[in-house]
Design a protein around this ligand. Structure first.
Ligand SMILES: NC(=O)c1ccc[n+]([C@@H]2O[C@H](COP(=O)([O-])OP(=O)(O)OC[C@H]3O[C@@H](n4cnc5c(N)ncnc54)[C@H](OP(=O)(O)O)[C@@H]3O)[C@@H](O)[C@H]2O)c1
Length: 270
């Protein structure tokens, strides 16, 4: 990997939520390749195990001696009690986390206001907003005590622009943007860094989840254009984490070349 200065990641410990698929999985694997240790968090244990195995392979292929310790933690970030007992599930040697990547999140449905189920509303807010805040509270307390650390939050173009059919999801990502911006300002007098990554269209399980398993509807989202891959976004995350300590990448807005906003795109190019 010539894309980032891997020496800055050697032996660092990174915690990635939502590491069982998509952007989180690609991020965990890229950090592993850069010589970091990774704590992988998600609800699906089997999928986590597969990503953890891929991390081991990536680290072995890197030939690096530093890093290479991986812990899979089955945890639902929307469950306060599970977040509170996180450290019980993490091996002692990985408890000094250097980088927190708050990536777990999802969208469900395209229903308009008035027709959205209460369960979907509660679920999206519980994971995308309250889960992210709970994880951040836990880690930033520790970062402050150790006077170092980096929080990288997955926002979205949906956190900058509302769109029809996305009222709850865009509200959650606007909340992530506000929370991240306030934290950036609060931590200005510390060495702790705060980054928000804001992707446009990325082809992952994201749209399959949105359309409740309908893969046909999910693939239509990307029809006629080349979307970002999970790996494209992972490169931005790892790049932000591997800047020199005095550099803070506050925001990264990243689109496929044929997307210009939440609703502006060109579908004749693929
Ligand atoms: N794909 C896009 O177009 C796009 C664009 C902008 C931003 N984003 C953001 O990028 C992040 C990752 O999405 P993705 O595209 O990689 O989608 P994805 O492939 O569906 O991955 C989502 C991840 O979040 C985990 N997750 C969901 N709820 C969780 C919970 N309550 N507790 C713990 N883990 C949970 C899932 O694992 P389990 O199911 O195993 O728990 C999965 O690993 C999300 O925050 C999303 O909003 C995506």
């Amino acid at each position: 990997m010539a894309l980032f200065n891997a020496t800055r990641l050697l032996g660092k410990t990174v915690l990635v939520t939502g590491a069982s698929s998509g952007i989180g999985a690609a991020t965990a694997i890229l950090f592993a390749r850069g010589g970091a240790n990774v704590i992988l968090i998600a609800r699906r244990a089997e999928a986590l195990k597969a990503v953890s195995d891929a991390c081991t392979t990536a680290h072995q292929e890197s030939g690096l001696v530093q890093g290479g310790k991986f812990a899979s933690v089955q945890l639902d970030v929307s469950d306060k009690a599970q977040v509170a007992s996180l450290w019980d599930k993490v091996p002692q040697e990985l408890r000094n986390v250097d980088v927190l990547v708050n990536n777990a999140g999802y969208v469900l449905g395209v229903e308009h206001v008035g027709d959205i189920s209460d369960e979907d509303i509660q679920g999206m807010f519980a994971t995308n907003v309250l889960g992210l805040i709970a994880m951040t509270q836990l880690l930033v307390k520790d970062f402050k005590a150790r006077k170092s650390g980096h929080v990288i939050n997955l926002g979205s173009i949906a956190g900058r622009e509302p769109y029809a059919g996305g009222s709850i999801y865009t509200a959650t990502k606007h909340a992530v943007r506000a929370f991240t911006g306030s934290m950036l300002r609060e931590l200005v007098n510390t060495p702790i860094r705060v980054t928000e990554i804001q992707p446009g269209m990325v082809e992952t399980e994201f749209s399959i989840v949105r359309f409740r398993g309908d893969t046909g509807a999910a693939s239509k989202v990307y029809e006629g254009l080349q979307p970002l891959t999970a790996g494209d976004v992972a490169e931005e995350i790892v790049w932000a984490a591997s800047r020199p300590p005095h550099v803070n990448i506050a925001e990264v807005l990243i689109f496929p070349v044929n997307q210009a906003s939440a609703t502006s795109n060109y579908r004749g190019g693929k």
